[in-house]
Write a protein that binds this ligand. Structure first.
Ligand code: UD1
Ligand code: CA
Length: 458
């Protein structure tokens, strides 16, 4: 089978009340169009055609370098879903024999359901995904005869009172041969309440030609739910997050509250991981075995190895974290930070573009940026790497076994040799040799103010 996918995305999406096309809005941190592409690419279509329209240029720009490449077709006037599908026909490659048409505002369809549609629709038939809803308001209804054979689809606005009582709805997925589409789409009429060319009318045409019509139903109701406004977008976001949380729990992850856990990207989690409430994982995140994440933690594009604990209210971005580290509470790990194993980063510590080697500790109120820190280094509270001279960033190198006293400023570029000890309150402006003790704290002097002294003498 040579399959093409046609995605209808030219609708105005007025109810979104947004300056951006609907398919640029995200669910789980992934734009709707990207989500649909990720799903349909798994059924390996030979071609993907996107019908765009209103503000669709923005969509086209965002997905211009999409792989495999997309065929973009502009539907200049939005005359209905049937008219939209018709625009794709001249662009279909010669070898295409089957076409899967889907509506771009149904983002959570799963590849399993699409595969079932492909498998269960016989060669000559047309295949639909339908489902029963307790409240079918707004959807096209599936009209069957007494033998349960599908006859046609009627839109809510055109339905009789009896037809409105039908609970089975059209979800908007059609598997049709190219040949049939070429014959039926040009024959659609807009003689209906909305004066639109309805794609679902091809079902009645199939029936008239005695073409069999198959239907499959989705495994989950959320797979076929649409996004028409921000309320539905938020609902689908929740349903998607719930489904992801369930999947992680099935894999053995302990989520203290699955309703307060958000994944916005591509996340992989090892064994015996415990995640507290209000944790957000974004982008590409990998958590090793036995990792513990405290409450209110944000982690983006980061790898965390086995046994590391991240305590409450920490923020970690684009970092590589070794095994058995302790981070936070209230730590901020910024991009290009590499922590080796057994490192401790405590509260109100900010680290940026720095490598911290094993067994080192930065426990309180420090800034370490553009630095390389050796093994078993202890950085005292309130230490600052002064990396910026107003024009350029400079590097601080702290070699193994150094002890930096509290309240130290390291004016970069500077190197502290191994085993050096820096006294508290020192401002380092030059390199420090190995094995030295250094301090430049000013002498402690007590001056009694004359007036106070006189007062005391009285
Ligand atoms: C449509 C179906 C309805 C089904 C429902 C499922 C029709 C006539 N009705 O209704 O049977 O139950 O979806 O959610 O098909 N689009 C274009 N060009 C157009 C019009 C629409 O590309 O001229 C695109 C939209 O961007 C959207 C999709 O087609 O992605 C569906 O259009 P929409 O107007 O949302 O149809 P519904 O009223 O939801
Ligand atoms: Ca819709």
């Amino acid at each position: 089978m040579n399959l093409a996918v046609i995605m209808l995305a030219a609708g105005r999406g007025v109810r979104m009340r947004s300056a951006y096309p609907k398919l640029l809005h995200s669910i789980g941190g992934v734009p709707i169009l990207q989500r649909l592409l990720n799903t349909v690419n798994q059924i390996k279509p030979n071609q993907i055609v996107v019908i765009y329209g209103h503000r669709g240029e923005l969509l086209k720009e965002a997905f211009n370098s999409s792989q495999p490449p997309l065929v973009w077709v502009n539907q200049k006037e939005q005359l209905g879903t049937g008219h939209a599908a018709l625009q794709a026909l001249p662009w279909l490659n010669a070898e295409i024999d089957k076409v899967l048409i889907l509506y771009g505002d149904i983002p959570l369809i799963t590849v399993e359901t699409l595969k079932r549609l492909l498998q269960e629709t016989e060669k000559e038939a047309i295949g639909l995904i339908t489902t029963e809803l307790s409240d079918p308001t707004g959807f096209g209804r599936i009209v069957r005869n007494s033998e349960k054979k599908i006859l046609r689809i009627v839109e809510e606005k055109d339905a009789t009172t009896d037809e409105k009582c039908i609970k089975e709805i059209n979800t908007g997925f059609f598997l049709v041969s190219k040949q049939h589409l070429q014959s039926w789409l040009p024959k659609l009429s807009a003689q209906n309440v909305q004066q639109e060319y309805y794609l679902p009318d091809i079902v009645a045409m199939a029936n008239a030609e005695k073409i069999p019509i198959t239907s499959v139903s989705p495994s989950f109701a959320w797979e076929v739910m649409g996004v028409n406004d921000k309320i539905q977008l938020a609902k689908l976001e929740r349903l998607h997050q719930e489904a992801l949380a369930l999947r992680f729990m099935e894999q053995g992850v302990t989520l203290l509250d699955p309703a307060r856990f958000d994944v916005r990207g591509d996340v992989s989690i090892g064994k015996d991981v415990v995640i507290d409430v209000n944790v957000i994982l974004e982008g590409r995140v990998i958590l090793g075995n036995n990792v513990v994440i405290g409450p209110n933690v944000y982690i983006k594009d980061t790898v965390i190895q086995d046994g590391t604990r991240v305590f409450a209210n920490s923020v970690i971005e684009s970092a590589t974290i070794g095994a058995e580290c302790n981070i936070g509470p209230f730590a901020r790990i910024r991009p290009d930070t590499v922590l080796a194993g057994h490192v401790r980063v405590g509260n109100f510590v900010e680290i940026k573009n720095a490598t911290i080697n094993s067994e080192s500790k930065i426990n309180h109120l420090s800034y370490v940026g553009d630095a390389s820190v050796g093994q078993e280094v202890n950085i005292g509270a309130g230490t600052i790497t002064c990396n910026f001279d107003g024009k350029k960033k400079h590097k601080t190198i702290i070699q193994d076994h150094v002890s930096v006293g509290a309240g130290t400023q390291l004016i970069a570029p500077v190197t502290i040799g191994e085993n050096a000890i820096i006294g508290a309150g020192t401002t380092i402006t030059r390199d420090v040799p190995s094995h030295c003790l250094i301090h430049n704290r000013i002498e402690h002097r007590t001056v009694i103010k004359q007036t106070d002294a006189n007062e005391e003498l009285k």
